[in-house]
Write a protein that binds this ligand. Sequence first.
Ligand code: SF4
Length: 153
Amino acid sequence: MCKQKRYRSKFWEKYKLEELDTNEWEALCDGCGKCCLRKIEDADTNEVFYTNVSCKLLDTHTARCKNYKMRKKLVPDCIKLTPKNIKEIAYWMPDTCGYRRVFYGEALEKWHPLISKNPNSATEADQTVADKTISEDNVNEEDLENFINEKWS
Ligand code: SF4
């Protein structure tokens, strides 16, 4: 039998990120996979451009990490998002990301699973990167700019 996860009612509106328990923290992720796309940051303006190129550990069909437990070892510059580092990271997270939205005091997207109560709603709303990206293993670093896609930012 599956253990049901329990959350405090509308916790994302009532509590700060650092006040969430582990279940609540993880439930803020809608599984879009956008944070695992390669990005280009303009050094002068800090503007961030998302690309269709994914981290080599992202399963491009499911938009899930292929080795979540070992990701820091396998991809040393992978960043583990925490309530402490969100303030340095939020500006380059995608607009739709639940962590970013709660950090900036914004409502979750209406298709977010916590709002829709449907675990597949991000996919149904065409918000995941599943089957829409190419692995960085198949792209030359100097060609990255050619893969910029504003849809993801
Ligand atoms: S961008 Fe945010 S919501 Fe999407 S997978 Fe990353 S952490 Fe989860």
